[in-house]
Design a protein around this ligand. Structure first.
Ligand code: 6PG
Length: 493
């Protein structure tokens, strides 16, 4: 019998995925609460006989649900939160024991786990999966990170493997782990993505304002970086090359006429960016590259505030810029610095995944996650993926990951090679007042992670002064720690 899947939500992701399933000879029923989306689907199907044979759109939930025989597999492609709960409550009367629901949206992992419990009570399997790569990958093959009940996953595995992006022959999908771990991993993917978006944008500014490169030269540089070396076959670097020199129909460079304001959906308080920042705090995992990138984006959204402040903070605006020498040499350094920043973003994201795995007992296998990210997703990065895969190769399945992934010698080698370039670039950017929040955060991150002389010894003293915090002692050669509740009455009587 022919495979059959139901897709709920025919926005750009759901619509493209329905066509993708059809490409693989899978029958697809599509439902959307908005009849307009179904009309749009039908218009699309007009011109394609094969797709018409496999895909049917429904405006009524009842008709949609009645199109299935036997156990149903339903893929939700909806906005996270309330829309998902609303659909699930409407679905309830049609759901039967043995059915499987796959939530393919971005979702807060605890919401996924709540729904998994609710669905388990009625015998329905519930998989929360990351679907990455935007609407274009949704059409050609996304990267998928499914998590939840293993038995439920095994039922739908063959469907997901058919449509996933490929790395050679290997599909970029694999079972991530129990509970909300699949959605958690996608959340972290988006955090890493945010770090990389910021770093490439900062590199763009350095080329444009510090090095004075033309649009074409910037585009060529990104394209060249993407063709070999540490930034090769890197999705974001590739699209930077396409974006940088693109003109509109009035012959203006589009990047020059785009307002510098990035908002997050309609509701600024929600989304994978905010969730990652929240989780970094909650798990006690330093993720400064990711959070700096996020806060740059948050500040960008409040353009009205920036307009008022810009008027008044003259010193910041008018500080003389120091000149720099030899752009050719600097562009090489910049390539290494971008690599170092990407690496920082990945390390922090992997550390967050590792800590969550330990805290929740998920036993996530980091090499599997890297395999899923090999192709089709936004953070596709051939070289870094390879470096990290080598670094984690010794994690056996069923064990908890290393808590701090950067303790691996393979990663140390990369950082030793790129650190001084990163330092130099940040310094140059500072002299020129170029914006480098994520690059400079990456630099500080590497500095403090590798230091045994942090300024926090002094911080301990302050905390002990006013808070009776107490402190441990270290020997003069900085090698031996003496634990104990040492306290000083700092205030002289
Ligand atoms: C992907 C993307 C996607 C993500 C937006 C981010 O993997 O295809 O990560 O899932 O939601 O690109 O956009 P916002 O940060 O505005 O939600």
């Amino acid at each position: 019998e022919m495979d059959h899947i139901g897709i709920i939500g025919a926005g750009s992701m759901g619509l493209n995925m329905s066509l993708l399933f059809a490409d693989h000879d899978i029958r697809v029923s599509v439902f959307d609460v908005s009849g307009k989306n179904i009309d749009q689907l039908h218009d699309l199907l007009e011109s394609d006989e094969k797709q018409r044979k496999f895909v049917t759109g429904y405006k009524e939930l009842k008709d949609f649900m009645n199109s299935f025989k036997g156990e149903k597999t339903l893929l939700l492609s909806l906005t996270h939160g309330k829309p998902v709960d609303e659909v699930l409550s409407k679905l309830r009367e049609y759901l039967k024991k043995g059915d499987t629901i796959i939530d393919g949206g971005n979702e807060w992992y605890l919401e996924t786990e709540r729904r998994q419990k609710e669905m388990k009570d009625i015998g329905v399997g519930y998989i929360g999966t990351g679907v990455s790569g935007g609407y274009q990958s949704a059409r050609r093959g996304p990267s998928l990170s499914p998590g939840g009940d293993r038995v439920a996953y095994d039922k739908v595995k063959h469907l997901l493997e058919k449509i996933a992006a490929r790395d050679g022959d290997a599909p970029c999908v694999d079972y991530v782990g129990v509970g909300g771990s699949g959605h958690y991993v996608k959340m972290v993917h988006n955090g890493i993505e945010q770090g990389m978006l910021s770093i490439t944008s900062e590199a763009h500014e350095i080329m444009k304002s510090v090095l004075g490169f033309s649009h074409e030269r910037i585009a060529r540089t990104f394209t060249e970086w993407n063709s070999h070396g540490p930034l090769r076959n890197n999705f974001l670097v590739r699209i930077c090359g396409e974006i940088a020199a693109r003109k509109d129909d009035k012959d203006k460079f589009i990047v020059d006429v785009i307002e510098d304001r990035v908002v997050q959906d309609s509701d600024a308080s929600e989304g994978t960016g905010v969730w990652t920042v929240k989780e970094a705090g909650e798990r006690h995992v330093p993720c400064p590259t990711i959070t700096s990138a996020h806060f740059l984006r948050t500040a960008s959204a409040h353009r009205d505030d920036r307009e008022k402040i810009h008027e008044q903070w003259k010193k910041i605006r008018d500080e003389p810029k120091q000149t720099i020498e030899a752009p050719e040499r600097i562009v090489e350094l910049l390539e290494s610095a971008v690599h170092a920043g990407f690496l920082a973003s990945f390390i922090q994201g992997m550390n967050l995944v590792a800590q969550a795995s330990i805290d929740f007992g998920w036993k996530l296998h980091l090499p599997t996650i890297l395999k899923v990210w090999r192709n089709g997703c936004i953070i596709e990065a051939e070289y870094i993926n390879q470096v990290l895969s080598e670094a984690f190769a010794d994690q056996s399945k069923g064990s908890e990951p290393l808590r701090h992934v950067a303790t691996s010698p393979r990663i140390a080698q990369e950082i030793n090679d790129s650190y001084s370039a990163l330092r130099r670039i940040v310094l140059i950017a500072l002299h020129q007042d170029a914006h480098v929040p994520a690059l400079s955060a990456s630099l500080e991150y590497f500095k403090y992670e590798a230091s045994l002389h942090l300024p926090t010894a002094f911080m301990e003293a302050q905390l002990d002064y006013f808070g009776g915090h107490s402190y441990d002692l270290v020997s003069e050669d900085n090698l031996k720690i003496e634990k104990g509740h040492h306290h000083t009455e700092w205030k002289k009587p």
